[in-house]
Structure formats: structure tokens, C-alpha cells
Write a protein that binds this ligand. Structure first.
Ligand code: 9D3
Length: 251
């Protein structure tokens, strides 16, 4: 897969995408990340990429022409006959980026990630090019670069062959929309707290059941909204009824 990040801070993306940091996917060549700097597509002496907003207001808006020229150049450089890249604009007004999007995007050949700064990007660039628009959450950042890295990390770990010991099929079955179960490693006792006995038993079926119950319990308590979308078996539903009944007793 090829990911192209459009940013006026290429060093920020490149530093984080060094093979030693982003790991196996880049090292093995399954993923290549490159940057395109809209500043290199300006035509004025000052290489200006932003300007004051029409209608007034504080802050600067990224101009459409340098971004458009950068995108046109990268689109023209795509391999002949390749599938069209998704052109993703990172914006606070985008749809929430979630695991289902990461899964879908991991199947693409080429992704363009367009980062804004300041007060965002001239809306005409978005209307002309964006195939997708995503936000990574309801908090204000200073630009789309960290969100782009979040997208890269989430997609990268789903690429076939990216993680030696973890396939996306496993990810789907293990994750299934629930929160993670508590994990333990040595020592067996830490400040008087012992590791749950069942995990030391070697009884795989009991361990599987304990973990499933723990995942259902932690999800019920902290993120009950996730249970509506989770893939639940009839056994899960029975366990949940029990958890609900028990939590009702203690209220
Ligand atoms: C004036 C209204 N602001 C929107 C809340 C404008 C604005 C603020 C911050 C426009 C861009 C930005 C910079 N943020 C991003 O580009 C961004 C972002 C974010 O701030 N939070 C979560 N996800 C994302 S994706 C891109």
C-alpha cells in the first residue's frame, strides 16, 4: 500500500514514519509513506500557502491552489491502470474515524491524506477533491498531521503481513467490538495482588470463558454504547443478562 500525506510539515510525518518507529509494515515494504508539501507547488516568491479569511476573522486559511496543484501532480504520478486513490481530508468536521474505516482503507492500493493547518482549508479544495473526510475525535488540534499519523497507524497494523504474529482475521474475531480484557504477566504476585487463578490453570476452555466474561463486564461498565454494535453470541447474551442482573442488585 502507498500512503501519500499532503502537509506543510513533512518532517513531522517523516520522523514518525521512520521504519524503526512505525515498524514492520514499512520495513518489509508492505507500506510506503511519502509526503508532498503544497509549499513546493506555490508560484510566488514567498511560497505562500495561507491567507486571511474572506469575510474576516482571526487566523489563516490554507489556499486552494497549492493544495490542488500538489494533488494534481500526485494523481498524475499514480501508476497507470491503478485503482483511484481515496482522497481523505482530515478535518474536525469529518465523520469519526473508527475501526470499520481502518478495515476498509487497509484494502486500498493508495491513500491520499490531506492535512490542514490554521483554520483549515479553502472549502473549494475540499469540494473538488475529497472522497472522504474524517475527524479523530471531539477535541481541537492544531492541524491534521497527528490525525494523519493516527490513520496510518490504524491502517498499517491491518495490512496483511504487517505484524508477524497478528492477522486481521484474528483481530476481527478477538476484538469483535468489545474492550480489551485485563492482561497479566510475571510476577504472579505484585504488592499482595495475585494473578487470577484461572489464567495459571492451563485449562484453555476455562481461560477463554473467563476472558470473554471479563471483556463483556468491562465493556458493560465503561462503554455500554459499544455493546449495541458488538458481535455477540447467544452465550454472550446470557452472560450479559447475568452481569446486568447482578449490577441491578448492587444499585
Ligand atoms: C473555527 C472552527 N475550528 C473547528 C473546530 C477550526 C479549526 C480548528 C482546528 C480547523 C482546523 C483545526 C485543526 N485540526 C485539524 O485539522 C483536525 C482535527 C482536530 O482538530 N481534531 C480531531 N480530528 C482532526 S482531523 C483534523
Amino acid at each position: 500500500m502507498r500512503i501519500t500525506v499532503f502537509t506543510i510539515f513533512p518532517e513531522l510525518i517523516e520522523a514518525a514514519c521512520r521504519p524503526s518507529i512505525l515498524g514492520a509494515a514499512i520495513e518489509s515494504g508492505v507500506l510506503t509513506v511519502r509526503t508532498v508539501d503544497p509549499r513546493d507547488y506555490t508560484e510566488d516568491r514567498h511560497r505562500k500557502v495561507d491567507d486571511v479569511p474572506f469575510g474576516g476573522g482571526a487566523g489563516m486559511v490554507m489556499m486552494a491552489p497549492p493544495i490542488a496543484a500538489a494533488l494534481d501532480s500526485a494523481l498524475a504520478a499514480e501508476p497507470a491502470g491503478a485503482r483511484k486513490p481515496r482522497i481523505v481530508f482530515l478535518t474536525p468536521a469529518g465523520r469519526p474515524f473508527q475501526q470499520d474505516l481502518a478495515r476498509a482503507w487497509a484494502r486500498e492500493d493508495s491513500l491520499f491524506l490531506v492535512c490542514g493547518r490554521y483554520k483549515g482549508i479553502d472549502d473549494r479544495a475540499r469540494r473538488e477533491y475529497a472522497t472522504d473526510e474524517v475527524s479523530i475525535g471531539d477535541y481541537v488540534l492544531s492541524g491534521g498531521e497527528l490525525p494523519a499519523l493516527v490513520v496510518i497507524d490504524a491502517v498499517m497494523r491491518l495490512l496483511p503481513g504487517a505484524l508477524g504474529d497478528f492477522t486481521s482475521a484474528e483481530e476481527d474475531s478477538i476484538h469483535s467490538g468489545l474492550l480489551e480484557v485485563p492482561q497479566y504477566t510475571r510476577p504472579r504476585e505484585f504488592r499482595g495482588e495475585r494473578v487470577p487463578e484461572v489464567l495459571l490453570s492451563g485449562h484453555h476452555e476455562n481461560i477463554r470463558r473467563w476472558r470473554r466474561r471479563a471483556a463483556l463486564e468491562v465493556t458493560y461498565r465503561r462503554r455500554p454504547d459499544l455493546l449495541e454494535r458488538a458481535e455477540l453470541t447467544s452465550e454472550d447474551r446470557m452472560i450479559l443478562e447475568e452481569i446486568r442482573a447482578r449490577s441491578g442488585e448492587s444499585d
